[in-house]
Design a protein around this ligand. Structure first.
Ligand SMILES: [Zn+2]
Length: 559
């Protein structure tokens, strides 16, 4: 049995189960039960305090098949189950900060005006909404000015000041608050009791404090504490765990900065990843150390109050004031930027590299936060590429039919125009599907949809295509209709398209292109490794190559 993270297993599925944010819950449940929902909500607040969870519960409240629109979705109907599993096609979870294959946010927002595919309401959850492009904001504004009945927006941001006033004024805004220590501790106690894991109150309190208002961080620390403590959560072991992540670790980073040793910094970030420590907590500790050093530089006698006074005083002498100020800024900004990184380990490594790149080596330095000259290539290369998270595989396959059954008018036009062209048969087996898809006259998002599909079955005129859960936003009716039109034009037959949302697809055009790209890249890397100059660098600096950093100088560029 694979272990499921506590944060995931204990994600609240109803408003009643939600910890904290009582003002938001009261407003939403009241509005749902009176049938007077606003069409756009803006949730502000830091990470890990329930924005996505609230949006998912709202999506269930609006789309539940058993209980209708209410504040108490059943949790067992197809809509509720699919929303909980993250594969409901009418809940569009978009992250404006990351590029998770969503190339055209504007086009997705344009599609808000079309009816939902399977549900009663289309719910758009847009995280870090302040990072949307201007075009995407304008597109959203068009919908917000005349909101269709079937659309609800849940916008989330850590930085509401960056949202255009025109959008802001059309949203009902809620400020989500960091959870108090007592509330986090109570929730941890409840979960530990349910999991039948032995614990003591001080250990729980230590974890609740270290989480700094984020229940998600608290549960991830609790996971680590259970592993660290061999199945129980005790004060001594939690202290050791939090201490290990915090103190020794920050001193090694400070030592590496004083020595100007970039390779040691990268080694530290690898150690962190290997031990499963929380990058957020580590950056907090690092900012805390810079703060103590700054105090010691301004008021040397005040350093005596710190537990690590001797070390702090030593760093205060070795680092310039400007370097300490800059270090504090980079560490605290890096903490904020974690949520924008492809994954936390990468974000953490980048922050350490930024510290190294901008930090003067000693107090005799220029005193400015000037950038170092380019590092010797092999030395700065990480020992391992962080990240590369596996896609969570949907355990079940959700089928949604009738996506493209509607709008016969548009397809008949296409068919007429293409009538004289030569017709081809649908591929006989899945291996020919990518080639067939490549030959279709499709552009934009419809082409992306086609490229991500795998041919599953053809029964009568029902063509079933498989689509990875991560790409389900492409199965919008607009794109599905375009794909259907192109398929009908090419084959000269009427088709009904059905989509199965499930595991990653292997036999899609996109997967085939990925494999070709990987192969070309591997060949390039092999050639690179065999270069005498590179081999010399590798042996002299005891370095390894980070494959992602190898790019061809001319010819095809990787995407
Ligand atoms: Zn339901």
């Amino acid at each position: 049995v694979s272990y499921q993270a506590l944060a995931r297993r204990w994600r609240p599925k109803t408003f009643a189960e939600l910890t904290g944010q009582e003002h938001v819950v009261a407003a939403l449940t009241g509005a749902l039960d009176r049938g007077r929902l606003h069409h756009a909500y803006l949730l502000t607040g830091t990470r890990g305090i329930g924005k996505t969870t609230i949006a998912r519960i709202l999506a269930k409240s609006l789309n539940c098949l058993t209980n209708g629109v209410s504040s108490t979705p059943c949790g067992t109907c197809a809509a509720c189950v699919d929303i909980d599993a993250g594969r409901f096609v009418d809940l569009l979870e978009l992250d404006a900060a990351s590029n998770t294959g969503i190339d055209n946010m504007r086009e997705i927002l344009d599609n808000a005006r079309y009816a939902p595919t399977v549900g009663r309401y289309k719910v758009y959850l847009i995280d870090e909404v302040h990072m949307l492009s201007k075009a995407a904001f304008n597109s959203m504004l068009k919908t917000l000015e005349e909101p269709p009945e079937h659309v609800k927006f849940v916008l989330a941001t850590t930085d509401p000041q960056k949202i255009p006033v025109t959008v802001l004024s059309r949203c009902l805004q809620f400020n989500l608050k960091p959870l108090p220590v007592a509330q986090i501790a109570a929730r941890l106690t409840q979960i530990l009791a349910a999991e039948k894991i032995e614990s003591d109150a001080i250990a729980i309190d230590l974890i609740a404090r270290a989480a700094r208002g984020s229940l998600r961080d608290a549960l991830s620390l609790l996971d680590q504490a259970i592993a660290h403590g061999g199945g129980s959560v005790r004060e001594e072991s939690v202290r050791a765990m939090l201490g290990a992540a915090a103190h020794d670790f920050v001193y090694r980073i400070a030592d590496a900065l004083v020595a100007g040793d970039g390779a040691a910094l990268i080694a530290e970030s690898d150690t962190l990843a290997a031990n499963g420590w929380s990058p957020a907590a580590a950056l907090d500790e690092l900012a805390g150390l810079f703060y103590r050093i700054a105090v010691a530089q301004a008021l040397p006698q005040a350093a005596a109050q710190f537990d690590d006074a001797a070390r702090v005083t030593d760093y205060a002498a070795k680092l310039s004031r400007e370097a300490v100020q800059l270090g504090y800024q980079i560490a605290s900004q890096g903490r904020e930027d974690l949520k924008l990184a492809p994954d936390e380990a990468t974000g953490f490594a980048m922050t350490l590299l930024r510290l190294w790149a901008f930090e003067p080596a000693s107090s005799e330095g220029s005193g400015e936060g000037t950038q170092r000259s380019a590092p010797p290539v092999a030395q700065a290369l990480p020992r391992s590429a962080p990240g590369a998270k596996a896609q969570p595989a949907a355990s079940n396959v959700a089928t949604m039919r009738a996506a493209a059954a509607a709008s016969p008018a548009s397809t008949s036009v296409t068919t007429t125009r293409e009538e004289n062209a030569a017709k081809v048969a649908l591929p006989a087996d899945v291996t020919q599907w990518p080639q067939f898809v490549a030959s279709l006259k499709l552009t934009g998002m419809a082409a992306q949809l086609a490229a991500q599909t795998e041919q599953k079955s053809l029964e009568g005129n029902v063509l079933t295509l498989k689509l990875a859960a991560a790409q389900k936003h492409l199965a919008d009716r607009t794109y599905a209709d375009k794909l259907k039109g192109a398929l009908e034009a090419a084959t000269g037959r009427k088709l009904l398209l059905a989509f199965e949302v499930g595991d990653a697809t292997e036999s899609s055009l996109a997967a085939q292109q990925d494999r070709a790209r990987t192969k070309a890249k591997e060949e390039g890397e092999r050639a690179f490794r065999e270069e005498p100059f590179v081999r010399d660098l590798l042996s002299r600096f005891d370095a390894t190559i980070k494959p992602d950093t190898i790019t061809p100088i001319d010819g095809d560029k990787p995407r």
